[in-house]
Write a protein of this length. Structure first.
Length: 184
């Protein structure tokens, strides 16, 4: 199946999605990688608010390259999601709805996805130009000192993604290889 999602995301929008479904995502997406996740955790530990609203949010694990002349963003391909696994359950428990990246996730993250009826969407690795073509505008939200890892607010239109882990915990990183091996 293919679905169109518009941010902010609700649990009702996510409930019909199943691992392997295609999604075209539009609206506000925040970028955050390792260093930004560490800073978010520090803010939460100090009882301070995050620099963007977490409930219903979408966080894309990307560190875009500088924008070429005439473009709003450079290459914007996903980074390996497992590097955010230590932080993701807490953010999901605080209302984050969607994570975008590449690669499999830890059992703790999958449990948090189930517990919060969230989803993990996979972006095609190596297709940074395709992903950047979906970005309509960019604004740095905070931590400009982190360079490409600064938190940015992207306005995206029809970003092509795949449901890697659905709200029930079904996981294409497990079911895909299993189906392949069964077909041999």
């Amino acid at each position: 199946m293919e679905y169109r999602l518009q941010t902010p995301i609700t649990k009702e929008q996510l409930s019909p999605l199943r691992a392997g479904d295609r999604v075209l995502l539009s609206g506000t997406v925040y970028t955050a990688r390792d260093a930004a996740h560490k800073r978010m955790a520090e803010l939460l530990d100090e009882g301070r608010p995050l620099p963007f609203p977490l409930p219903g949010s979408v966080i894309y694990y990307v560190g875009p390259t500088p924008e070429p002349p005439g473009c709003v963003i450079g290459s914007a391909g996903p980074t390996t999601s497992g590097r955010m696994d230590a932080y993701s359950p807490r953010l999901l428990d605080l209302g984050q709805s969607v994570m975008i990246g590449k690669g499999d996730r830890s059992p703790a993250v999958i449990d948090a996805i189930r517990r919060n009826a969230a989803v993990y969407l996979a972006a095609l690795g190596g297709a940074g130009a395709l992903m950047s073509a979906c970005v309509q505008s960019v604004r740095i939200v905070c931590w400009e000192d982190l360079g490409c890892e600064a938190v940015r607010e992207l306005q995206v239109r029809d970003m092509p993604l795949t449901v890697a882990i659905d709200s029930l915990g079904n996981d294409v990183y497990k079911s895909g290889p299993a189906a392949y091996l069964k077909s041999l």
